[in-house]
Design a protein around this ligand. Sequence first.
Ligand code: HEC
Length: 203
Amino acid sequence: MFYKVAADPLFAPPGLKLVKEIMSDAHNEHESAIKTPKQLVAAVIGFFAVTIIGIILLVQFVTSTKLTGAGSNSQAPEEVASRIAPVADTGYTLKDANAPKVLQTGEAIYTSTCAACHGAGVAGAPKFGDAGAWGARIAQGYDTVVQHALGGLRAMPAKGGNPDLDDVEVARAVVYMANSSGGKFKEPAVPAAPTAPAAEPQK
Ligand code: HEC
């Protein structure tokens, strides 16, 4: 006679559990998040996608042309030259502190120093080109006006606030401003330089 074996799960009577099943029941709380074949396929594909993207990015990084350091040509003379070009440019000249001072034109001084106030008439400064505001000041005469520019006058700072300016430069700026505002001052003469060589000829 042939009896069905109870160990065969297909033929196990209901209510009877195999030892194996009982053990897996006990571990239910450690179940994987992946429960269906679909989820498994998605997880595998996702893992490969992340890995492949990572490899692609790494390859791009390694083969990029902006490599520095060992293995690159970053120390090649041409590379160095191209990096220092902004300051090594032929148009860039270091200022020699001992060189005779080249006096700037009145217009240059006006633009760099005086225009801050005189351009828009800040703090009651006579505005550039405003003949009405300059008329009475010009009438004081060249010497007085220049003296005020050099030494200051109320809200007007001495030398326009830039003590590095040469007296002649300030005087030129005064003449430039006054003559652009109805005045007829003469360009100040450059005093003979005490030490040769003199400043470059001015235009
Ligand atoms: C911080 C603002 C300021 C700057 C910068 C400045 N000025 Fe003035 N300046 C004034 C003011 C304000 C007055 C009017 C002063 C007053 O009469 O009370 C004035 C007046 C003057 C006058 C007329 C003086 C007079 O006798 O009436 C001259 C000339 C002058 N400035 C020249 C210059 C020159 C040249 C520079 C640049 C080197 C310069 N200023 C830069 C504010 C400025």
